[in-house]
Design a protein around this ligand. Structure first.
Ligand SMILES: Nc1ncnc2c1ncn2[C@@H]1O[C@H](COP(=O)(O)OP(=O)(O)O)[C@@H](O)[C@H]1O
Ligand SMILES: [Mg+2]
Length: 159
């Protein structure tokens, strides 16, 4: 488990860009943390790292939004999902076993159907410091070795 402190918005953006630049096709990125933790914000920088030009907005009402970049990005927000069947009906399995990259906000809501090989990112706010976030990052599977290595490098050379 990797713990990285984002001291401000720029750090979160840098971390997201590193993830987007180094993520491989078929990856599933699970984001959790309270409202305002920064899940959509980090998704925007993951998109930047994937060379996606359009503006990535929260898919809360659509559940899934799709973007074209170096790889396709499937951005999901499952906050309102309370039944696994709903996800299956949306074609969930095709997205997670695709050649693109899936980012799932509020992934804990569908924990029973998450793939085993995935990267989990939990974002926590720090009481008192408005722009600080603690990120707990855990990658399971060979697909994520490069991302984890690059994030460790970032964390060790950052001043
Ligand atoms: N270090 C940081 N990382 C992420 N977001 C931050 C940070 N500092 C401030 N913010 C702000 O916190 C808010 C996070 O909102 P958002 O990404 O929509 O959260 P979520 O999707 O988790 O509900 C944004 O307004 C963002 O600008
Ligand atoms: Mg969000």
């Amino acid at each position: 488990m990797l713990k990285i402190t984002a001291r401000n918005l720029k750090d979160t953006n840098d971390i997201g860009c590193i993830i987007g630049r180094n993520i491989e096709k078929g990856a599933v990125i699970c984001l959790d943390g309270d409202l305002g933790a920064g899940k959509t914000t980090i998704t925007q920088s993951i998109a930047k790292g994937l060379e996606i030009n359009g503006y990535v907005t929260s898919p809360t009402f659509n559940i899934i939004k799709e973007y074209e970049g170096k790889l396709k990005l499937f951005h999901m927000d499952v906050y309102r999902i309370n039944d696994i069947e709903e996800m299956i009906d949306l074609g969930y399995e095709e997205y997670i076993y695709s050649d693109g990259v899936c980012v799932i906000e509020w992934s804990a809501n569908i924990k029973d159907i998450l793939p085993q090989n995935r990267i989990d990112i939990k974002m926590l706010r720090d009481n008192g410091e408005e722009n600080k976030r603690i990120l707990y990052i855990d990658g399971v599977g060979r697909l994520y070795e490069k991302v984890i290595k690059e994030l460790k490098k970032y964390d060790s050379i950052r001043d």
